[in-house]
Design a protein around this ligand. Structure first.
Ligand SMILES: [Ca+2]
Ligand SMILES: [Ca+2]
Ligand SMILES: [Ca+2]
Ligand SMILES: [Ca+2]
Length: 321
């Protein structure tokens, strides 16, 4: 039923084209500087109730401190501050400030271990078209040592701001996270297969109508076939769907429960937070600041768990994805 909603139409031809990438442009990377850590509101858990989202992989991807529990990444687009929340399962433990990035054009696009050193790295894209933003189109990876910034590496630049990075996961199983791109003007979708931080080839995925947005992959493997899957949300209808991938090939869609559209809920982090080996989804409501974890059993919704809320709506939950 779900696939019926995915409009292929003439876009199928657009997907046959590789994602246009301009020449490799070594350029400036997000400039690190220190900032304060993001603390949860009052350190309390969100209340259960109407504000809950309800309805009926690879562990490493965002385990910054190597304790076996996934962590989550935040960015404040007003101040430029960035933070990691260290979690114990779905429970908040502590907050660590990452270097801040004051250019608001830089978005945290994905997480993954791009240099295969066992430390989670952070993928950035600058796609803000704005006078004076000379870094628009650049892509960069922050190589990390735990929660410490080590260095930044430029990736191939993509000047067309309609192309947005929506996640990363190792689709072809070679150990390097691959990058998920979606074109917000044409509906085309493309994987960049990477060798570390180097683009080696592109793979077109089926195009999808513009009501649907990719929210992430992040190595979350919902059907346990060894390949990360891709989570979609229809921002018009509130429908949610997982693309079950077979390597770099789309194989099937699985519907998740719908979540009312236009009231602020977005699925922003993907991974196994409850420790049962099955990936979960963390939702943030960008209008209320409430954060909620969906525990999943494969592609089936099990229950909602509260995470601490963050009432400062300038903070955006950025992954793992
Ligand atoms: Ca951790
Ligand atoms: Ca790394
Ligand atoms: Ca790969
Ligand atoms: Ca899978």
């Amino acid at each position: 039923m779900h696939r019926n909603r995915l409009s292929y139409l003439s876009l199928v031809f657009a997907a046959l084209l590789a994602l246009p990438a301009s020449a490799v442009v070594p350029g400036p990377n997000p400039e690190p500087a220190q900032g304060p850590a993001l603390q949860p509101d009052g350190g309390v858990r969100a209340v259960q109730g109407d504000s809950q989202v309800s309805g009926g992989g690879a562990v490493l991807n965002s385990d910054f401190n190597g304790d076996g529990s996934l962590d989550i990444v935040w960015r404040n687009y007003t101040t430029g501050a960035n933070a990691v929340w260290l979690l114990n399962g779905p429970n908040f433990v502590s907050s660590v400030a990452l270097p801040s990035v004051t250019n608001p054009g830089w978005f945290i696009a994905a997480t993954g271990d791009f240099n295969a050193d066992g430390n989670v790295d952070i993928l950035w894209r600058n796609n803000l078209v704005q006078p004076g933003n000379t870094q628009q189109g650049l892509n960069s990876v922050w190589l990390m040592d735990g929660t410490n910034f080590v260095s930044s590496v430029s990736l191939t630049a993509v000047s067309d701001s309609n192309w947005r990075i929506r996640g990363a996961g190792d689709f072809n199983g070679d150990g390097s996270p691959d990058i998920v791109w979606r074109n917000f003007a044409t509906g085309a979708n493309v994987l960049w297969l990477m060798n570390g931080v180097t683009l080696t080839s592109t793979v077109s995925l089926p195009p999808v109508s513009l009501d649907w947005v990719i929210y992430g992959s992040g190595d979350a493997d919902y059907d346990n076939n060894g390949t990360p899957d891709i989570v979609w949300r229809n921002t018009k209808t509130g429908a949610n769907s997982i693309w079950l991938m077979n390597g770099t090939t789309y194989s099937a869609s699985a519907a998740l429960p719908a979540v009312t559209p236009n009231i602020g809920w977005e699925p922003n982090a993907f991974g196994d937070y409850t420790g049962d080996g099955k990936p979960d989804i963390i939702w943030r409501n960008f209008r209320t600041g409430v954060n909620t974890l969906w525990q999943l059993d494969g592609t089936n919704f099990t229950m909602s768990l509260s995470l601490p809320s963050v009432g400062d709506l300038n903070w955006e939950l950025e992954g793992p994805r």
